[in-house]
Design a binder for this molecule. Structure first.
Ligand code: BES
Ligand code: MN
Ligand code: ZN
Length: 492
């Protein structure tokens, strides 16, 4: 996507669509008023007649009849001014882009204003234009493809570049997740990782199933056993400077059938997205490769399928993780925490001083927070708050759930140190709290002094329905927040 910046007047802008943002209930004023005058008051007329109300993400197109060079003006609702949040600006730009695509636009001009800067607009448009139809043999004739964005206003090269790299990394993550599980196998993800390592000169380590077993990754191997595909734990290492090393650990289940604790068939196809955490980590590494920040980051990705077979884990089996703890597998569908346990321990062995894991871990997080905010849990609170705050800046919402030690009750097993699925085994004095139980389990694999933020992105990584500003399917949730986190490390 080509990006040009201009300070021209709105009445001088060329393009298929010229998008202008308007708040609900506000009069057309300033530069937009001048444009309105040039097209005989058609904008204010649309507002006066109530055809355009300015509701958040509402769009109305207005024809210019050659009175100005732009073929159409697209009015884009920004909602009520006093309810405005910065992330709405990104989304509104996205809504404009998706409507422009429907109109067949190739060139989209956007009028920037104080509450919608260049970076936000580029991100919004870039994310909105992701096309999930990877395998369609015919191009949808109705669809445009935005080849150029014209930004009208202020934009410095640095923020344009930043928005482009972040958006490209995020859309690449979305492509990886969109790929079906028969294509995006563990081997294929290893291949993608190798390509990154080669392109960006990262250190890489690929641990096969046999080696993982030898190392003592019994929890990972337990899950991997049931699959005919070869499974791997891959590590990418980037040394950019500074005393800290951030370990990012991504759940990479390329298909989660549940294993012998089989999931219902309805919606099971969506479980190709269960590698979203790993894909997100790869996207972050891609961004790192492009921008080479002054920070140290290692990514640890346990990659396998979770399938039933004659060799699969059985409910009641006991496995031993890399830190020596034994786990009774009361439900083979709680496979994410098993593979993450070994990956977290391994990241610490490799010298991670701070940990973030990204995982589509529980259906319970959807019950708690819906697909609006991701769950964040871990320790210490300052580390969690950092994620929440940076997420807010990035336009990704997180909400902290508690990890009171009372919840440890959920992890008890009669036969082993831990069970992987509370309620699946013995009745417990503490009940519910499915998403928290996942976090409590993971915390058992993190050393006392090491911060862990566990991001449960099960509901936010994948949208079953589309939004005005986003296609349904993968969102790439987490990339933007982690990019902020790494930028934050650079400051220290
Ligand atoms: N991958 C699933 C979680 C999930 C659910 C992701 C819906 C995306 C959408 C995970 O492996 C899982 O199956 N979790 C179980 C845990 C339970 C058995 C303790 C769940 O949430 O039901
Ligand atoms: Mn599962
Ligand atoms: Zn899973």
């Amino acid at each position: 996507m080509k990006i040009t910046v201009t300070k021209n007047k709105l009445e001088q802008i060329h393009g298929d669509v010229l998008a202008v943002f308007l708040f609900q209930g506000e009069k057309v004023s300033g530069e937009i008023e001048k444009l309105d005058k040039a097209i005989s008051g058609s904008i204010s007329e649309a507002v006066r007649l109530g055809d355009f109300k300015g509701k958040l993400y509402e769009t109305t197109s207005i024809y210019t009849h050659g009175k100005v060079p732009a073929a159409r003006i697209l009015l884009v609702g920004a909602g009520k001014r006093n309810e405005f949040e910065p992330r709405y600006a990104r989304n509104a730009a996205g809504a404009a882009a998706r409507q422009a695509i429907r109109l067949g636009a190739k060139k989209l001009a956007i009028f920037l204003r104080e509450d919608i800067d260049a970076e936000t607009a580029i991100e919004g448009v870039g994310l909105a234009t992701f096309d999930p139809g990877l395998y369609k043999t015919k191009k949808n004739e109705n669809r445009g493809e935005i080849a150029e964005i014209v930004l009208i206003g202020q934009a410095d090269d640095k923020s344009v570049k930043r928005a482009q790299t972040v958006t490209e990394a995020t859309n690449w993550v979305r492509k990886l997740i969109t790929e079906p599980a028969n294509v995006m196998t563990p081997d294929q993800l290893v291949e993608e990782t190798r390509k990154l390592a080669k392109n960006y000169k990262f250190g890489i380590e690929v641990i096969g199933e046999k080696e993982a077993a030898k190392l003592g990754m019994g929890a990972f191997v337990g899950v991997a056993k049931g699959s005919e595909e070869s499974s791997h734990v891959v590590v990418l290492k980037y040394k950019g400077g500074g005393k800290d090393t951030l370990g990012i650990v991504g759940k990479g289940i390329t298909f989660d059938s549940g294993g012998l604790s089989l999931k219902p068939s309805k919606g099971m196809w969506e479980m190709k997205m269960d590698m979203s955490g790993a894909a997100t980590c790869l996207g972050i590494m891609k961004w790192i490769g492009e921008t080479r920040p002054k920070a140290n980051v290692i990514a640890v990705l346990p990659l396998t399928e979770n399938l039933p077979s004659g060799r699969a884990l059985k409910p009641g089996d006991v496995v031993q993780a890399l830190n020596g703890k034994t786990i009774e597998v009361t439900n083979t569908d709680a496979e994410g925490r098993l593979v993450l346990a070994d990956a977290l321990v391994y990241a610490q062995k490799l010298g991670a001083s701070h940990l973030v894991d990204l995982a589509t871990l529980t259906g319970a997080i959807n019950v708690a927070l819906g697909n609006v905010a991701a769950g964040v849990m871990g320790k210490p609170d300052s580390w969690i708050e950092k994620i929440v705050n940076l997420g807010k800046e990035a336009g990704e919402l997180f909400w902290q759930l508690p990890t009171y030690s009372d919840y440890k009750e959920l992890l008890k097993s009669d036969i082993a140190d831990l069970n992987n699925a509370p309620g699946g085994g013995q009745p417990s004095a503490v009940t519910g709290a499915g998403a928290i139980a996942g976090a409590m389990f993971l915390l058992e694999f993190v050393n006392e002094k090491i911060p862990l933020a566990h991001l449960d992105i099960a509901a936010t990584a994948w949208l079953s329905g589309e939004r005005p500003y986003l296609a349904k399917g993968p969102t790439g949730f987490g990339v933007r927040t982690l990019v902020k986190l790494i930028e934050d490390m650079e400051k220290e």
